[in-house]
Design a protein around this ligand. Sequence first.
Ligand code: GLT
Ligand code: MN
Ligand code: MN
Length: 403
Amino acid sequence: GQSMKDLFRFSVAYWHTFRGTGSDPFGAPTLKRPWDDGTDSVENALKRVDVAFEFMTKLGAEFYCFHDRDVAPEAPTLKQANANLDKVVAKLKDKQKETGVKLLWGTANLFSHPRYLHGAATSCNADVFAYAAAQVKKAIEVTYELGGENYVFWGGREGYTNLFNTDLNRELAHLAKFMHMAHDHAKAIGFKGQFLFEPKPKEPTKHQYDFDAAACLNFIGRNGLDGVIKLNLEANHATLAGHSFMHELEYARIHNALGSIDANTGDLLLGWDTDQFPTDIYLTTQIMLVILEQGGLKPGGTNFDAKVRRESFDPVDLFHAHIGGMDAFARGAKIAAAIRKDGILPEFVKTRYASYDSGIGQKIDTGKASFAELEKYMLEKGEAAPNTSGRQEWIENLINQYV
Ligand code: GLT
Ligand code: MN
Ligand code: MN
């Protein structure tokens, strides 16, 4: 019943779209953008805001996401960096008002600056911990000021390289303390946006604490942060962790923690985080099956955490890439809706678990029986029946029947 717009809540990632240079760990920038004069100055940052809002308006994107350091320049002191941010945020605020484009989430970049070499909240250095806290405090404040509907924590360097010199238990405790402070501050200023962890198993850190949905949920649960922090799941991060994206989404959903998504490819052949735009309707259908089951993502959305390739010299490609992604989602949603309308999936599930509801279920309640009772039943019966529910081939080709 809901509109496609409410269902997707598409968002543009400021860092890739307006700051993307085509550099990678092996090569220098390749993309010269007309709105970049090569300086990381406040003047250039303000010029970029105009371009960003013109782009998003023309694209018809409802939302955007940013890091503090994407929108405003880093500075030698925290005071100066905050002042830079204030100048640009004032303009972002005006532009949001003028265009109607909204902020899906804000976040702090706690990974680019060399100070974060050993992590931010989990750094072994107290000054770095303090700097990270101050940076997040400010980032939450500007997100609040801009009406951001969520606030994201991607623990890019929260992890370890070597366990021989790392007190894992202690670093997790520091992270928990940090998250409680962030929550306390959000409450204190009246920020009602949803906090989201974004899991990723590795890169840049050798092993990240927020490895996948399960690791994040364990951390959240054992530190009394249930509901306070939900998840922003990214397709490419799921596959890096060896999962399908659908697994991560469904795992979060059943734990009431599916908050928002970072859309890109979930190709299992990708060995690293290439952040390619999603084009695969088999993937988007799987995504939409989970999202429709949840009834949408609000206050979360669908953020294209994706970049054009290094050889994509023409900025017009930025439009094509986003439109292609939106189209893939629209097609996936239509297919997922048709599958749901047919009611075919609940049928498969019902058939598959039928033995729990009949057969043994009539004699013994498998949920309540003791091991001894189940043993007695099995000794009397003999051989266990093979699972005859089958139809796997049909199910594996399911989406094909609807394309
Ligand atoms: C970084 C990372 C992304 C996160 C961003 C949020 S930045 O590029 O790879 O997946 O969403 O901090
Ligand atoms: Mn991401
Ligand atoms: Mn990524």
